[in-house]
Design a protein around this ligand. Structure first.
Ligand code: AQP
Length: 326
């Protein structure tokens, strides 16, 4: 059975971008593939985090995974920092990755501009991500468009290692959703919607209440044309709302343009809000039931034990190939 793996950072409250780009896809694939889903907490500390908030976000993330429909019987769910092999493998791979290759990563370029005195970890982040993926011989990595470059880097690293040391890693492929591959900020639709955005008006969080969601969508930046038409270059705001509608309903962009061709932006925005609210409210209900349950710790203990066994084998293989043994 093919393996699928993805992780999200507990770097804030999750957004509908995270939901569409990663979680919704994992729910879709859990019946088809052997699935691994983790909390990328070591990635989160590449930028400053408040320790109390971080540990709260780690637990929240698991409750959100489950509330969104991730079935713990079909997924191995774990916390990255509880599996020591991720960092060990990452170090070896860092030593096999040219510095220049990391400096070219788009996310590094963006985030290094946002943070003064950014950490070395921000640069080496994609190598840790490569380790997360390669340790488990993942065939596929469901991800938003924004992380595609990192999955490609993981593939390059794997190819390089295999060429130099013989077969060690499987080559992973990104799985990008067809619609809504990248959900943009509602206020500045040229920018990706992110959990750590400074202006929260542009971000819909999975746990936002109904009134807040409706208000944010009603105030989303659009244009003066009043035509519901997908045109990323000239109408990024309305194109983003079309993308959101498409990814929450499964409708094609063409069908959405047809359905709303004689309406105004006000009506369209209300209906975008309807589909988002109708999806998120049941998720929030389940989240509230789960957040204090003992089930979460049981799932994580089991996930840690299963993944430690798998990762240990791959780590030993790599270590020996590289010559790190007596
Ligand atoms: N706006 C987005 N549209 C589609 N997919 C998205 N993802 C993130 N934002 C969008 C996908 O969600 C997963 C989460 O990845 P992550 O938490 O490891 O980091 P990220 O991509 O950096 O996510 P954020 O929300 O932007 O976090 P911060 O603000 O901490 O940097 C990935 O699969 C990503 O593609």
């Amino acid at each position: 059975m093919k393996r699928v793996l993805t992780g999200l950072q507990p770097s804030g409250s999750l957004t509908i971008g995270n939901y569409v780009g990663a979680i919704k896809q994992m729910v879709k694939y859990q019946d088809e593939y052997e699935s691994f889903l983790f909390v990328a907490d070591m990635h989160a500390i590449t930028v400053p985090q408040d320790p109390k908030e971080l540990s709260k976000n780690i637990k929240n993330l698991i409750a959100i995974y489950l509330a969104c429909g991730i079935d713990p019987k079909k997924n191995t769910i774990f916390i990255q920092s509880e599996n020591l092999y991720h960092a060990n493998v990452s170090w070896i791979l860092e030593c096999l990755t040219p510095y220049g290759e990391l400096g070219r990563m788009t996310q590094f370029k963006d985030k290094s501009q946002k943070h003064q005195n950014f950490s070395a970890g921000l640069l080496t982040y994609p190598v840790l991500m490569a380790s997360d993926i390669l340790l488990y011989d993942a065939d596929f990595v469901p991800t938003g468009q924004d992380q595609k470059q990192h999955v490609e880097l993981a593939r390059n690293i794997a190819e390089r290692v295999n060429k130099k040391y013989g077969s060690v890693f499987k080559l992973p492929e990104p799985l990008i959703p067809e619609d809504g591959a990248k959900i943009m900020d509602l206020v500045d639709p040229t920018k990706k919607m992110s959990k750590s955005s400074e202006n929260i008006k542009g971000t819909i969080f999975i746990l936002d209440d109904e009134k807040t969601i409706r208000k944010k969508i009603a105030s989303a930046t659009t244009d003066s044309q009043m035509i519901v038409k997908f045109d990323l270059e000239n109408k990024p705001g309305i194109s983003n709302l079309i993308n959101i509608y498409a990814s929450f309903t499964g409708m094609s962009i063409k069908d959405i343009e047809n359905k709303y061709k004689d309406t105004n932006y006000g009506i369209f925005k209300t209906e975008v809000a309807d589909v988002v609210v109708n999806t998120l409210i049941p998720i929030q209900k389940r989240y509230n039931e789960l957040i204090n349950s003992k089930e979460i710790d049981e799932i994580l203990d089991s996930g840690r034990d299963i993944t430690m066994k798998i990762a240990k084998e791959k780590y030993i293989l790599l270590k020996e190939k590289v010559g790190l043994h007596r």
